[in-house]
Design a protein around this ligand. Structure first.
Ligand code: BEZ
Ligand code: MG
Length: 417
């Protein structure tokens, strides 16, 4: 009402609802943060602890980690995920005498206490736009690690850089590029579009989309060059893929951006490694001191606590059509994870089918609220079966097909009216 009366609304710093409740009420303009002071000392200490947790979660010390970085998540945490990358590589930000971020330095191996781990970063387009200083800092950290005079067994970044320079016949500066994102002015990996429209054939087409969109390497000067061959070569060395979850508002199955990029890179790694699945982890930063979960466990947890939980979906359904759309989005995003990582257990599809499509009362309720989304949900569950992401028994499949036909007829009926 104040805004509509043309009165002044004071802006507020950007932040997370739970971490920084002083940002409430939402809906105001945000002035985000001081870009010269990120990552903060707190984020660096926390990032080192989270990186350690990730290394403990995996069965062996990874040589290369593929890591997805989002802009908003770093703003919410003063650079937490950026600090995790720096910790894995054994690097720290450098500040000038005014305390302004001006680059990166490596920390001595004796302080690090383990080898420097190589990190293939995939920045969201939003990160690239919002955090140019940090983009350059990350590129400089990789470059300094690659050129440090250290034993190769203690510095996987240098070991890989020398190998890539040799096998591709490129200079060290090029072979040390590790910060990948879209071309300037473009966003996303398009993996989500292909899944949403069901227009991919073989799942390797999703790897193609990821590589076509996310193979622009950003160097120490902040400039991007398309570097698909280098990306493909580096992906062969990836042992695990990882992304933070920074907000309780979202899960990896509630929006399509997680499988778009983390799923996309995981699928590209699988192809680069001749079909061998890659481990995928989620660093849940929403509670306590953080927890690293396998993607499979994260999807199971979200399915139980959100999608299949009446305490979650009943309030959603009070929003009518939009609530049904969000339930459908959980189903579609789940299919996106199957397509990119094969980390969805069959019971997930079985229980989603039983709860939202095979139950006649629920099916009719959803269809009345949003005929489009409820039809789409049934189609996606059938598609998951067609693509062998789950194998329903003959009775379940027949019932699902009947229900889908009924939903489709209803939609066509509405269109004809
Ligand atoms: C980002 O802040 O980088 C981001 C936010 C939502 C979706 C994808 C990326
Ligand atoms: Mg989008």
């Amino acid at each position: 009402m104040r805004a509509l009366s043309a009165r002044f609304i004071a802006p507020v710093a950007g932040g997370d609802l739970i971490r920084s409740p002083h940002i409430l009420p939402t809906g105001r303009n945000i002035h985000a943060f001081d870009p010269f002071r990120m990552p903060t000392a707190f984020a660096m200490a926390d990032g080192a602890a989270q990186a350690k947790r990730l290394l403990q979660a995996h069965h062996s010390l990874p040589r290369t980690v593929a890591l997805v970085l989002w802009g908003s998540d770093n703003i919410k945490s003063d650079g937490g995920p950026i600090a995790q990358v720096m910790a894995l590589m054994g690097a720290k930000p450098r500040f000038d005498s005014y305390g302004r971020l001006c680059g990166a330095d490596v920390i001595p191996l004796t302080d690090l206490g383990r080898p420097r781990i190589d990190v293939i970063m995939t920045l969201s387009g939003i990160f690239r736009d919002l955090l140019p200083l940090q983009t350059r800092m990350l590129a400089e950290a990789a470059w300094k690690a690659a050129t440090a005079d250290e034993p190769l067994a203690q510095n996987f970044i240098r070991a890989h850089t020398l190998a890539y320079a040799d096998s591709m016949g490129i200079d060290l500066e090029t072979a040390a590029l590790r910060v990948f994102s879209n071309a300037e002015g473009t966003y996303g990996a398009n993996v989500n579009q292909l899944v949403s429209s069901s227009t991919f054939g073989d799942e390797d087409e999703l790897a193609d989309a990821y590589e076509a969109r996310k193979s622009f390497a950003y160097g120490r000067n902040g400039k991007a060059t398309q570097s698909a061959a280098l990306l493909q070569l580096a992906l062969k060395d990836v042992d695990l893929a990882y992304q933070n979850l920074e907000s309780v508002e979202l899960g990896v199955t509630s929006v399509d951006h997680y499988f778009d990029t983390l799923g996309g890179v995981a699928r590209a790694v699988k192809r680069a490694r001749g079909g061998q699945e890659t481990a995928v982890y989620i660093g849940d930063q929403t509670r306590g001191s953080g927890k690293v979960r396998s993607l499979k466990d994260q999807i199971a947890l979200e399915t139980r606590s959100r999608s299949l939980n009446p305490k979650f979906y009943e309030p959603l359904l009070r929003h009518g059509a939009e609530g049904v759309r969000q339930i459908e989005a959980h189903v579609t995003n789940t299919l996106g994870w199957s397509a990119t990582t094969a980390q969805v257990e069959p019971w997930v599809y079985q229980r989603l089918s039983e709860t939202f499509v095979l139950d006649e009362v629920m099916r009719k309720r959803l269809s009345a609220l949003n005929p489009e989304a409820s039809n789409r949900m049934a189609q996606k569950l059938l598609e998951a079966s067609d693509r062998a992401y789950w194998q329903p028994d003959a009775d379940t499949l027949a019932a699902l097909q009947n229900a889908a036909d009924e939903l489709e007829d209803r939609l066509e009926g509405i269109a004809a009216e």
